[in-house]
Ligand binder design. Structure first.
Ligand SMILES: Nc1nc2c(ncn2[C@@H]2O[C@H](COP(=O)(O)OP(=O)(O)OP(=O)(O)O)[C@@H](O)[C@H]2O)c(=O)[nH]1
Ligand SMILES: [Mg+2]
Length: 282
């Protein structure tokens, strides 16, 4: 049984982390640098991020790039005040490893879910997973992409298909998850399961949700509050505990930090393993 104590910041901290992160980031960075899919039908693993508007999907892509390049970047545009989803297009982000090449994984950013007809259509997310949607397509919240549309790719390759699905959700909203958003996320999850696509989740904005984690990033996996959020998220969506990761993005920092990198790289490594296993099971 882990001992816990209350901090001056008001959150209970366990004496030991309930999940151990890798000892150093270098090993994970080396793995990511060398990683290539064994399945020669693809050049990279395609990771799709989905979740409600403002969950921090675009920010996570920037944070991954920042951790890998060792400087804070912001290619995927984010927004702090939009009431509706800020990202509106289907975009693929590749990350430059060195002047000669790219990392062997890409991220797909999409519009977020919202209430009523304001967010991405669930059917469009299913089309993305099957590889039917072309780059830069502007999602129409009112209606799904039709087969006769020029943006509809009728014969997607394995490379076009999604190999890992990642649900993104902010920590402070887990307990107040709106039913219609949950229904949409669950529908996407079930469709991914039907396609055999592995699923993970990242719980974001841990610094906002837990002051002790905001004060010291090394407290993230010691926070009882954040552990409860992982449990609640698991109960709500059915994603196994060990597929749910806590993350803080680079939202206000000017420089990268080892503690923030550790959370991001750990989650990323698990995404790569899941995608590799999927591609080898085909
Ligand atoms: N404090 C804090 N803020 C964050 C974190 N991650 C993202 N943010 C902020 O949350 C806001 C929304 O982030 P986005 O990345 O635009 O969210 P999104 O999921 O892409 O949203 P849409 O494109 O609108 O669907 C931005 O103002 C980010 O700076 C985090 O870990 N901590
Ligand atoms: Mg976005």
């Amino acid at each position: 049984m882990l001992m816990s104590h209350f901090t001056a910041m008001g959150g209970a901290l366990l004496s030991k982390p309930w999940r151990a992160l890798p000892e150093n980031n270098k090993e994970v960075l080396d793995f990511l640098e060398e990683y290539q899919p064994r399945n020669k039908d693809v050049q990279h693993i395609r990771i799709l991020l989905h979740g409600p508007a403002a969950a921090a999907k675009s920010s996570f892509i920037n944070s991954v790039e920042s951790s890998l390049l060792n400087r804070v970047t912001s290619r995927a545009l984010t927004d702090s005040i939009s009431a509706r989803s800020f990202s509106k297009r289907y975009k693929t982000f590749k990350i430059q490893k060195n002047p000669q090449g790219l990392y062997s994984f890409v991220f797909n950013d999409i519009m977020g879910f919202d209430h009523g007809n304001s967010g991405v259509c669930v059917e469009d997310v299913k089309l993305v997973m099957k590889g039917h949607i072309t780059e830069n397509y502007k999602f129409n919240p009112q209606s799904q992409l039709k087969e006769n549309d020029p943006n509809y790719k009728s014969s997607p390759t394995l490379e076009d298909r999604v190999h890992v699905l990642v649900c993104v959700y902010p920590a402070s909203s887990v307990s107040i998850m709106p039913k219609d958003i949950l229904r949409q996320m669950r529908e996407v999850r079930l469709a991914a399961s039907d396609m055999g696509i592995p699923q993970l989740a990242i719980i974001t904005k841990v610094d906002e949700a837990c002051p002790a984690a905001g004060k010291n990033i090394n407290n993230v996996y010691k926070s009882k509050y954040l552990k409860e959020k992982v449990d609640e998220f698991h109960m709500a969506l059915g994603i196994p505990h060990n597929r749910i990761f806590l993350v803080k993005n680079y939202s206000k920092e000017m420089e990268t930090e080892a503690g923030i990198d550790a959370l991001i790289l750990y989650a990323l490594e698990q995404m790569i393993h899941a995608g590799e296993d999927f591609l080898n099971s085909l």
